[in-house]
Structure formats: structure tokens, C-alpha cells
Design a protein around this ligand. Structure first.
Ligand code: NAX
Length: 328
């Protein structure tokens, strides 16, 4: 029997948490022979902690053979202790009439605090994945507090956008989803992100040639993928949760599977023109479990370059809004 992995999840009693925890405990994220201990962290609010108790009871009631323990806490020092994976899902939602700058600053405080604690108490091999929005900038903030853990341990989730793009291309072409490969997301997890279609293939042939509709690829496709979150809120009355949890399962599983190329928000080293201070979605290849390298050299045409510049600009602006907080 393998040693259990300690998996810390913030926002564990939230919508995404309710879909996510059961997938982790069932083995979908770390494999069918990898036991886990769930370290569930909620905000220090009575209602949230009470809801977490309910989720924990349901986890018990699933009798998952791989679930070897649960920790329920509102103290990050307890929740992140010795954690091998820190999944930062919890964040403050944007309230009515709230400015984007205020949202960034409010969440900035949460991710500075959690970043400090993770660096102090998590396992030496800890990996951190940020889902809570604005995910790329929150990831940059958490990583900025690290003195011990290197910055390549911190990734932001853009996988939901990749999955959305793959599904749209499959639908448009009328082909099976598994025929669609190499659709990667560049930039921010926001409507500015760029779902690059030029290198995608369908059944081994260039997707753009199979679809043969540049206006759709540059227009409706980019728009649908970029604004999918808002469309789901409009239809469901709630933001995407099950698909977000599923994307996080994909993100972590693929980050542990050498050879897989997938879209991940990582610290830029200037690839594809991204500012070196921001965390940008890019195609990465998993090298060893939990480690990755950016896949460089995908050629970008003028349309792609314009989209990359726009999403980079937004990331730089987000960083500028919180940069003073990073120093304190
Ligand atoms: P919910 O509001 O349902 O749940 C969030 C939970 O986080 C709540 O239970 C809250 O009490 C908790 N929380 C707040 N502050 C906390 C803190 N300091 N420590 C621990 N827990 C804390 O939101 P949910 O729908 O689950 O979404 C969570 C986050 O994911 C949001 O920021 C959302 O915008 C973001 N998303 C990111 C996506 C991505 O692709 N990167 C897609 C889905 C989702 O929109």
C-alpha cells in the first residue's frame, strides 16, 4: 500500500468543492492505487464550517477505500500542514457593484496569507494549484510569498478553457471529441484568453482545414470559449462547478503524467511574448510527476499575436493593481 498523499483543498464546502472532493477520494485525480488524506479548509465562518461537516459526513458515507482520513479546519496552518498538493479553490466572489480592483485586492489578501502559510508548513514536494479567481493573478500572488518552494510549483488552472475549446471544435466538425487534439489556451483565465486553434488537429489533420471556416474560428469559437462561464451563469443561475472540478482533476492528473502536453497557467519566462512577471496559460509538457516545461515554438500568425498581446496586457494590468501588496 502506498503512503497516502495529503491533499489540502480550500473552499471545500463551496460549489466546486462539492463536485471535487468525491472525485479525489474515488481515485480519479491521483489514480486507483493512491490513498489520500483530505485536508479541508474553509473560511472562518460558522455556516461554512457547518456545511463542511455535512460534506465530510457524505464523504464518510461513500466508504471510499482510498480515503484514509479527513481534516476539517478553518486554520490554514493546520490545513496545509505537510500537504503534498494544495488546491486553492476558495476565493471571495465578485459582489454586486464591486470593482475589479477591489476584488483583486480582497482576494490578494487571502492568497498572500495562504501563500505564506503553504511555504512555511506544506510538504517539501508541495505543488500548488490555484482555481479561485482571478486565478492567474492569485497564483502569482501566492507564489510571491514563497521563500522555500520554487515558483514552478505554482500553477493556475486554465484547463476548463481547454476542455471547452476541444468540445466546441468537436461539435462544429461533427467529429468525436477524442479525434480533436492539441487545442491549447494562452493567457488569462478570463474572456481575453486565446484558444489557439491553428495547431489543433482533427483525426491527425489541421483542424482549421477540416472546419474550413476562419470567420467561425476567429469569431464565434473564441467568443464562445471566452464567455462560456458567463453563459453558464445565465443559464443555470450558478457558475460552472462540476466542469471546473473535472478540469482540476484533469489538470492534476496530467501534471503527474510524464509526456502529456496540456494547458497550464505558469510563470512566464517571456515565451510567446508574455511579460516575465505574470502567470500565463501556455502549453506545457509534463516532464516528471509534478514538473513541466513550456512547449515553445508554436508559430503565431497576426491574429494570434493580437490576441496574445491583449491577454498579456490584462495580466500586466492585474499585476499592477496588486503589486504594492506583494512587498508588505
Ligand atoms: P463558492 O462560493 O461556491 O465556494 C467558495 C468557497 O470558498 C466558500 O465555501 C467560501 O466559504 C470559501 N472561502 C472563501 N474564502 C476562503 C478562505 N480564505 N479560505 C478557505 N475557504 C474560503 O465558489 P465556487 O463556485 O466553488 O468557485 C470557487 C472559485 O473558483 C471562485 O473564485 C470562482 O470564480 C473560481 N472558478 C475558477 C475557474 C477556473 O477555471 N479557474 C472556473 C470555475 C470557477 O468560476
Amino acid at each position: 500500500m502506498k503512503t497516502p498523499l495529503r491533499v489540502a483543498v480550500t473552499g471545500a464546502a463551496g460549489q466546486i468543492g462539492y463536485s471535487l472532493l468525491f472525485r479525489i477520494a474515488s481515485g480519479a485525480m491521483f489514480g486507483p492505487d493512491q490513498p489520500v488524506i483530505l485536508q479541508l479548509i474553509e473560511a472562518p465562518i460558522e455556516k461554512a464550517m457547518q456545511a463542511l461537516q455535512g460534506v465530510s459526513m457524505e464523504l464518510d458515507d461513500c466508504a471510499f477505500p482510498l480515503l484514509k482520513g479527513q481534516v476539517l479546519t478553518d486554520d490554514p496552518n493546520v490545513g496545509f500542514k505537510d500537504a503534498n498538493w494544495c488546491l486553492l479553490v476558495g476565493a471571495k466572489p465578485r459582489g454586486a457593484g464591486m470593482e475589479r480592483a477591489d476584488l483583486l485586492k480582497d482576494n490578494g489578501k487571502i492568497f498572500i496569507g495562504q501563500g505564506k502559510v503553504i511555504d512555511a508548513v506544506a510538504a517539501g514536494d508541495a505543488r500548488v494549484v490555484v482555481v479561485g479567481n482571478p486565478a492567474n493573478t492569485n497564483c502569482m500572488i501566492a507564489a510571491s510569498q514563497a521563500k522555500r518552494l520554487p515558483s514552478d510549483r505554482y500553477t493556475a488552472m486554465v484547463r476548463l478553457d481547454q476542455n471547452r475549446a476541444q468540445a466546441q471544435i468537436a461539435k462544429k466538425s461533427g467529429r468525436d471529441l477524442t479525434d480533436v487534439k492539441d487545442v491549447f489556451i494562452y493567457g488569462n483565465h478570463s474572456p481575453t484568453m486565446f484558444p489557439a486553434y491553428a495547431h489543433a488537429t482533427i483525426g491527425g489533420k489541421p483542424a482549421a482545414g477540416v472546419i474550413n471556416d476562419t470567420a467561425w474560428l476567429q469569431g464565434a469559437f473564441c467568443e464562445t470559449v471566452g464567455k462560456r462561464g458567463a453563459a453558464i451563469i445565465a443559464a443555470r443561475g450558478l457558475s460552472s462547478a462540476a466542469s471546473a472540478a473535472n478540469a482540476l482533476v484533469d489538470h492534476v492528473r496530467d501534471l503527474r503524467t510524464p509526456g502529456v502536453v496540456h494547458s497550464v497557467g505558469v510563470k512566464s519566462a517571456g515565451e510567446y511574448g508574455f511579460d516575465p512577471e505574470v502567470w500565463a496559460g501556455m502549453p506545457v509538457r509534463t516532464t516528471t510527476p509534478g514538473s513541466w516545461e513550456v512547449v515553445r515554438g508554436y508559430a503565431m500568425d497576426d491574429f494570434a499575436k493580437t490576441k496574445l498581446a491583449a491577454t498579456n496586457k490584462e495580466l500586466v494590468e492585474e499585476r499592477a493593481l496588486v503589486v504594492d501588496m506583494l512587498k508588505g
